[in-house]
Design a protein around this ligand. Structure first.
Ligand code: 5GP
Ligand code: MG
Length: 178
């Protein structure tokens, strides 16, 4: 089994490049069928989705506008601790269909916050696409329309996903070695 080291941890191969490619092509096909008639705005969530979204858009059967947003956490003055903030949204969403693209949805809290924020801009519709989904961890009460692959609870790196900032460059996905 192929293994890699990222900082102080070892990871083993979990999803091959070939399987990733198949997943991306299937997602692109489904999204193309459903959304090609829309004046679609793709909003990719940085940093983790940068490789996935690059592959995804190149497999779409139509052209779409693409932009990037970031959810930044900072320690606010409130007693609740971490406050999340949406940065980088410059496009008007008014009456547009938006496809939000994430690398992974775990608890779903980040995406939930983002969806609440996007509502304020009066989009026509918002669809959610994630490459990986952890159904056992998910606490959201919204629909995830396009899921590349559902996985169990292991921590993964590669294909844009990091461990402590590193490991994003790999073309395959690796899981933490037990
Ligand atoms: P959520 O808010 O859904 O719990 O977490 C979303 C974010 O946590 C993801 O966008 C990702 O940045 C990070 N995350 C969740 N699970 C993993 C994982 O297994 N590996 C990595 N590298 N990041 C993860
Ligand atoms: Mg992410």
């Amino acid at each position: 089994m192929k293994t890699i080291s990222v900082k102080d941890k070892d990871f083993e191969l979990y999803i091959s490049e070939q399987e990733i490619n198949q997943i991306v092509c299937q997602l692109a096909k489904n999204i193309s069928e459903d959304l090609k008639e829309e004046n679609l705005l793709i909003l990719a969530v940085l940093n983790g989705s940068f490789i996935f979204v690059a592959d995804l858009v190149r497999n779409l059967e139509f052209d779409a506008e693409i932009s990037f947003v970031k959810i930044s956490s900072y320690n606010g003055v409130s007693s609740t601790g971490t406050v999340k903030q949406l940065i980088g949204l410059n496009e008007s969403l008014e009456n547009r269909t938006v496809l939000v693209v994430e690398d992974i949805i775990d608890s779903g809290l980040s995406m939930g916050m983002l969806l609440e924020e996007l509502k304020k801009y009066n989009p026509k519709d918002v669809k959610v696409c994630t490459f990986l989904f952890k159904p056992n961890m998910f606490k959201g009460s919204y629909e995830v329309h396009y899921v590349g692959k559902s996985i169990s609870d292991e921590f993964i790196v590669g294909y844009g996903l990091d461990y402590d900032g590193m490991g994003r460059k790999y073309g395959e996905i690796y899981q933490l070695k037990q």
